[in-house]
Design a binder for this molecule. Structure first.
Ligand SMILES: Nc1nc2c(ncn2[C@@H]2O[C@H](COP(=O)(O)OP(=O)(O)OP(=O)(O)O)[C@@H](O)[C@H]2O)c(=O)[nH]1
Ligand SMILES: [Mg+2]
Length: 444
């Protein structure tokens, strides 16, 4: 086992507040004596015992609970664990936690249970992050991807690529040992083509991962257009309820308003904005600045105009734009060029059409990840490291074509191995507690 601070820790595993039941977890090196102090009985392994819970020092009865003892290493953290289901009142929970602290435990830091599981080889980093993603998951689809990662399949895929790189290194090193000269051109070609295949495999994950953020954090869709063009009305129509204020006074919306819907299993965040126009008013300008920053973060823009939206300059947009002609109930005869969705928030005309456009976009996102059998990098940490790994393979490929010494190619390939080790967290270390697990919630 890797050394780390093995103090006994405790935390509420269920959300704070009132409920029928609450679950507390205790993890530590050897908890049999503590179990006996708390319950006045001896633990049976993996047995849910109905018992009275006592204060470890005063012996006062705190609650009637179900206590389960898990013996190391067969527990979530790999240490001894006690799981206590108690009554879900806040006072009950707090009294029990206070008593457990009096008994010598300390409060767990955020993510500390998962961190210990990782340190004890119960799961790798990708799996630990999958637990976090699964709990935070906002949609059906991200739940599916999270479960896939929990299973460890993505880690296995990466480890498989890594072991092929190790094979390549063996070839390179072998050649170097046996010939005084540099290795011949045919073996170098062979090596280059093997690197290329591996890079393609990594590319597929990198490309699918650009959608990983959208799958987990949601697709961000910004409503944009002139004042009074009907953005807030359309926002409400898409949501199916009145969320934003609508009025005939231009400049009604100043702050951005967000609301979530689910399309094709993905979380979609609709963002109503102040839009963009010239204004001397200080508050208006704040709203306009917010719109700009929302556009920078968005995946898709709905450009709304009650006249011809094709006349509005949208060339500067770096994201896909859906052009929308609003208020089409006023003049139903008006013709509109191709590619523009005609809507009326008043009569619901075209709203379904627009939702279909949005769904099509979401389907593309999920298809990209499915084509890659759900292997996407789900966190920024993973995406950055895999991007680095991809860069390293490109560099190695370049080196093979430039006739640079094979020892240099080998050393580049070794960097790839380090990147993959970091993604999966193959070499456990305490720093990871700060960088990865501290973002988890307490009790996880
Ligand atoms: N007839 C008709 N009127 C609409 C429609 N959509 C919006 N309006 C009217 O247009 C006016 C402006 O609507 P909003 O939805 O507040 O427009 P907005 O773009 O959010 O306006 P700001 O927040 O001020 O930029 C209101 O008086 C709405 O009732 C529509 O589909 N048909
Ligand atoms: Mg508005």
């Amino acid at each position: 086992m890797v050394p780390y601070d093995q103090e006994t820790i405790v935390a509420l595993a269920t959300p704070p507040g009132v409920g029928a039941l609450s679950v507390l977890r205790i993890s530590g090196e050897s908890l049999v004596p503590f179990y006996k102090q708390l319950t006045k009985t001896s633990p049976k392994i993996r047995f849910a015992a109905f018992c009275k819970l006592h204060h470890p020092e005063t012996g006062e009865v705190l609650d009637e609970v179900v206590a389960t003892y898990f013996k190391s290493p067969k527990s979530f953290t790999g240490e001894d664990m006690i799981e206590i289901s108690c009554h879900g009142g806040e006072v009950v929970q707090n009294n029990i936690i206070a008593a457990i602290l009096d008994g010598g435990a300390r409060l767990a830091k955020p993510g500390e249970f998962s961190f210990r599981a990782y340190m004890n080889g119960k799961m790798d980093l990708l799996q630990a992050e999958a637990v976090a993603s699964l709990i935070a998951s906002k949609s059906t689809y991200s739940t599916k991807v999270g479960l896939y990662h929990l299973d460890g399949r993505v880690s296995r895929q990466l480890m498989n690529i890594k072991s092929q790189v190790i094979d390549l290194l063996a070839v390179l090193e072998n050649e170097l040992n046996f010939s005084e000269e540099e290795i011949d051109a045919t073996s170098l070609d062979e090596i280059a083509s093997r690197i290329k295949l591996l890079r393609n495999e990594v590319s597929a994950i990198v490309n699918a991962s650009s959608f990983g953020r959208q799958i987990f954090s949601g697709v961000r869709v910004v409503l944009f257009g002139k004042p009074n063009s009907g953005k807030s009305s359309l926002f409400n129509a898409l949501l199916g309820y009145d969320r934003a204020i609508v009025s005939s006074t231009p400049g009604t919306t100043r702050d951005t308003v967000e609301a979530w819907i689910e399309l094709e299993g993905l979380p979609v965040c609709l963002i109503d904005t102040a839009g963009m126009w010239e204004s001397g008013d200080y508050l208006d300008n704040l709203g306009i600045a917010k719109t700009k920053s929302e556009l920078d973060k968005a995946d898709l823009c709905l450009l709304v105009d009650e006249d011809d939206p094709t006349l509005i300059q949208a060339d500067h947009m770096k994201i896909p734009v859906i052009l929308i002609r609003s208020k089409c109930d006023i003049d139903q005869q008006v013709s509109q060029s191709n590619g523009v969705v005609r809507v009326s928030s008043k009569t619901q005309l075209g709203i379904k059409d627009l939702l279909t456009h949005l769904s099509t976009y979401c389907t593309k996102v999920t298809e990209r990840s499915e084509n890659n059998s759900f292997a996407v990098m789900t966190t920024r940490r993973q995406r950055t490291l895999l991007g680095d790994a991809h860069g390293v393979l490109s560099e190695a490929l370049k080196q093979t074509s430039e006739n640079i010494g094979t020892d240099i190619v080998a050393s580049t390939l070794r960097q790839f191995i380090v990147c993959v080790q970091d993604i999966v967290g193959e070499i456990p270390n305490e720093n990871i507690m700060e960088t990865v697990f501290s973002e988890f919630c307490i009790g996880k």
